[in-house]
Design a protein around this ligand. Structure first.
Ligand code: DON
Length: 303
């Protein structure tokens, strides 16, 4: 398979599409990002890698971080995690509130904001230095010690994070948040602010495509947990567009409002796209277009 040529052709074709999408602006710092950037990076489990466009420009990973926090909490506390949240798709936007009220403070899954905030609460309870320990976990997964938080993005989200405060308060009222709201949200905003490029993200997700074994050949994630996290990505990774992503692309994956999308074919490859313009469901417009073309042309969706 000539991945290099395929990625370059797709990059060219998608870049020519009329782009009426918009950059996320509810986090003021993200509104400053130039919409006309677009990168793709693929690494396969044989150790080869290919790229096109802005694959080494860092961006805010936002909700893609929810996969890392889930892997860390699941790894340390195992199946007891599921006493505090479910694994069902929500069919609603990532920051939707009413479902949480109706379901008495039990989030539908760990990839919507309410679930990720409960996961964050678990990590605050179990980690000695949550921010440092989490960053180290991500650096080790990616095999890159230069990865860091973007403190301006974290502060910017904190200033306007009203819906996340509402979610945390609702969780607290149902006794599903054990630590102080400020502490949990401060950590959650920092997780979302991590700055990475397509290459670093593809490397960090390598273990999910490789039965839990990361690039340095260590088992970073238990194989049976990698399997389950991939299943949650497939059913819940794109919120109210999870069905559409399965229909068009057909891979487990995760998006973020910074415009990143990571998708993977177990035992084969990880592909990351980044373009900050979002469609109306909050997922990268160019990213979705590129990934649909990629799995169709390479005949490599899971279906
Ligand atoms: O909590 C938020 O609203 C953001 N930090 C993350 C949202 C996000 O990336 C949703 N994904 N598409």
């Amino acid at each position: 398979m000539n991945y290099k040529q395929i990625l370059q052709d797709i990059h060219k074709e998608v870049s020519a599409l009329k782009n009426t999408s918009e950059v996320a602006n509810y986090i003021p710092e993200l509104a400053k990002v130039n919409k006309d950037q677009f990168g793709i990076y693929l690494n396969n489990i044989n150790g080869e890698n290919f790229e096109a466009g802005d694959a080494d420009v860092t961006f805010s990973i936002q909700s893609i971080s929810k996969v890392f926090s889930l892997a860390m909490a699941f790894g340390s506390q195992g199946d007891t995690l599921w006493e505090r949240m479910d694994v069902e798709p929500s069919g609603n936007p990532f920051n939707y509130l009413s479902l949480l009220e109706r379901e008495k403070g039990i989030p539908r899954n760990p990839l919507i904001n309410s679930g990720a905030i409960v996961v964050t609460d678990c990590l605050v309870s179990s980690l000695k230095n949550p921010k440092e320990d989490f960053l180290q976990f991500v650096r080790d997964l990616a095999n890159d010690q230069t990865i860091d938080y973007d403190y301006e993005v974290a502060a910017s989200e904190k200033d306007t994070g009203f819906r996340n405060y509402a979610i945390a308060n609702l969780l607290k009222s149902f006794d599903n948040l054990h630590n102080p709201i400020e502490e949990v949200l401060d950590f959650y905003f920092h997780q979302c602010s991590i700055a990475m490029n397509c290459k670093q993200l593809s490397n960090a997700f390598f273990a999910f495509a490789n039965r839990g074994v990361c690039m340095q050949n260590n088992t970073c994630i238990k194989p049976k947990q990698a399997k389950r996290i991939n299943a949650i990505m497939l059913t819940c990774g794109f919120y109210d567009e999870a069905g559409e992503f399965a229909f068009e692309v057909g891979l487990p994956g995760k998006s973020g409002v910074g415009g990143g999308i990571v998708a993977l074919l177990p035992n084969q490859y990880v592909i990351t796209t980044w373009s900050p313009g979002l469609n109306e469901k909050g997922n990268s417009y160019y990213g979705m277009q590129a990934l649909e073309r990629f799995t169709t042309q390479t005949n490599s969706s899971i279906f």
